[in-house]
Every structure is written in structure tokens, then in C-alpha cells.
Design a protein around this ligand. Structure first.
Ligand SMILES: NC(=O)c1ccc[n+]([C@@H]2O[C@H](COP(=O)([O-])OP(=O)(O)OC[C@H]3O[C@@H](n4cnc5c(N)ncnc54)[C@H](O)[C@@H]3O)[C@@H](O)[C@H]2O)c1
Length: 278
């Protein structure tokens, strides 16, 4: 298949590209490099373009792609409260640009990186896909809106999609060439490593009244290469069944954190301050 990876220069997109190197798919990348890095695109053709530029997006999409995989969005929940406009514009309006160009050009297969933030405060745990989408922050809202658009675009234009809802990605490619790289970094594991290696004074963990031993929350982590595998499976499923669907992608990988904390306790890495805030 000929595939366009939108947002392929970012953290998860670049690990997807690594995974594609072991397949026969023909892959190209569209990215504006706002938070991504050109070197993450490996040897794949990079179309440097902003999704806001509909004419340019249309012209790139004329390269006969069979499927689009969409990783491009803003991802910081805290920032989405401070500046929701930025999030609705990029995550919804710009995604709509992409979808409209696809529909116009009859590219009708789409794999979407959604988020488990679409669930908000779920009624049951573990969360299954039949839980309603009741997001509690603007970031989650933007993803829920796109998922709803996808339902309508399937009904009316035959655009087939698989949305993958996941919580926290973590880890790096086993060959060590790429890994998690956000600037500024807001994700817990890289922050722990920065603090442990002395590049940060301390880390702050938010929340102290969860029903756990020390009151801090439990989070779901999934390795970024497992995520890449899930996106590849979604692609296969979509091309085989031509059925739109939604899947949770998660695994209780608190063990990763526990292992890190054990290492810290053994003082294998520099001692650091952990501050717990409400
Ligand atoms: N990182 C996580 O833990 C996590 C968890 C759940 C869902 N997701 C979803 O996965 C996707 C990828 O996340 P990530 O951590 O790799 O983020 P990232 O910021 O590293 O990657 C996003 C990429 O999209 C590009 N981009 C953003 N806006 C663009 C635009 N208007 N035009 C063209 N390119 C644009 C950026 O330059 C960047 O390369 C996002 O959609 C995010 O919502 C991430």
C-alpha cells in the first residue's frame, strides 16, 4: 500500500516509520516540524507542510495514497485548558482540512491516533470501547469531535477509519536511534530520567488523594513500539474488512515505573526530589 504518515516526524510517528522499514509498504511523511524533527523521518520522503494549508495538503495528497495515518496534533492537556483555541484549530479544523481533501480525492482509508482522554471519568474500569465519550478537557474534546466526524464521514462519504484510543506512550526504539523527544517535555518518564540524571532539580507528581497506598494516581503506559504494531494491525484490519471501528490500546505497564523507582532506591542513579502536589 502507499501510505502517508501525517505527523511522522513526532515521537510516535517516527517509531511507526521505523516499523514500516520492515514492511513492503511505500511510505511518505507530511509534517510541519512544529514539534517533530526532520531526522526522525529517516530515509522517507518528507513533505514539509502545515495541515492548515489546505491547497498544499490537497496537492500532496494527489500522490495516489491508499491510506492516511494521522498522528499530527497538539497533545498537552494542561496547555489545552490555557489555550483551547490552539487545540480546536489544529486538532479539529486542520484535521478536517485533511479529511476533506481525502474525501475529494477518494482516499477513503484512515487510521487515527485518538486518545483515552475521550472517556473522561469512566464509569467502569478497565474501560471498554462501549463506554461513552465524555471528555473532561479540551484536548480530549478535540479527539472526540474528530471521532464523531469520522462516523458521519463514513456514513455519508464511505471514509473508512480505525481510531486507536491510548493513554501514555513510553519507551524508545530498541536500537536506541530514536526515542521520546518533546520540547518542552511534559511526560512523566522522560522527566524522571531528566531529574535522575541531574538535568532537572526535581519532578512534580500531581494528585495526592487517589485511592492508592500513597495517594498518587495509577497510569496506563504502553510501549511506543507496541503502539506502532497496533497501528500496523489497524491498517491490515481496515484493508481486509473495510469496516470502521474503534480500539483501546493499553496495558497496565505501571511496572515500568516501579522498576525505575526501584533503581532509584538502589541509588543506581542520582537521588532526586519528588514533590507531590494536589
Ligand atoms: N504521546 C502520548 O503519550 C499520546 C497518548 C495518547 C494519544 N497520543 C496521540 O498520538 C499522536 C502523536 O503524539 P506524539 O506524542 O507523537 O506527539 P508529537 O508532538 O511528538 O508529534 C506530533 C507531530 O505532528 C506534527 N504536527 C502537529 N501539528 C501539525 C500540523 N498542523 N501540520 C503538520 N504537522 C503537524 C508535529 O510537528 C509532530 O511531528 C497525537 O495525535 C496524540 O494526540 C499521544
Amino acid at each position: 500500500m502507499k501510505i502517508l504518515v501525517v505527523g511522522g516526524a513526532g515521537y510516535i510517528g517516527s517509531h511507526m516509520l521505523k516499523r514500516f522499514q520492515d514492511t513492503n509498504h511505500k511510505v511518505e511523511v507530511l509534517d510541519n516540524l512544529s514539534t517533530g524533527f526532520e531526522t526522525n523521518c529517516l530515509d522517507f520522503t518528507l513533505h514539509k507542510c502545515d495541515l492548515a494549508n489546505r491547497e498544499e495538503v490537497y496537492s500532496i495528497l494527489q500522490n495516489n495514497y491508499d491510506l492516511v495515518m494521522h498522528f499530527a496534533s497538539y497533545i498537552n492537556v494542561g496547555e489545552s485548558y490555557i489555550n483551547p483555541q490552539k487545540y480546536y484549530e489544529n486538532n479539529v479544523v486542520n484535521t478536517l482540512n485533511l479529511l476533506n481533501c481525502m474525501v475529494d480525492l477518494k482516499i477513503l482509508n484512515f487510521v487515527f491516533s485518538s486518545t483515552a482522554a475521550v472517556y473522561g471519568e469512566p464509569k467502569s474500569n478497565p474501560i471498554s470501547e462501549i463506554n461513552p465519550m465524555t471528555p473532561v478537557n479540551p484536548y480530549g474534546q478535540t479527539k472526540a469531535i474528530v471521532e464523531n466526524i469520522l462516523k458521519d464521514y463514513d456514513n455519508s462519504y464511505g471514509l473508512k477509519s480505525i481510531s486507536l484510543r491510548y493513554f501514555n506512550a513510553c519507551g524508545a526504539h530498541p536500537d536506541g536511534t530514536i526515542g521520546e523527544r518533546h520540547d518542552p517535555e511534559t511526560h512523566l518518564i522522560p522527566l524522571i530520567l531528566q531529574a535522575a540524571s541531574g538535568r532537572k532539580d526535581k519532578i512534580t507528581i500531581y494528585g495526592d488523594d487517589y485511592p492508592t497506598k500513597d495517594g498518587t494516581c495509577v497510569r496506563d503506559y504502553i510501549h511506543v513500539m507496541d503502539l506502532a504494531e497496533a497501528h500496523l494491525l489497524a491498517l491490515d484490519r481496515l484493508s481486509q474488512t473495510q469496516l470502521s471501528d474503534v480500539y483501546n490500546v493499553g496495558i497496565m505497564r505501571v511496572l515500568v515505573l516501579e522498576k525505575l523507582l526501584r533503581l532509584l532506591k538502589k541509588s543506581l542513579i542520582k537521588k532526586m526530589d519528588i514533590e507531590i502536589q494536589k
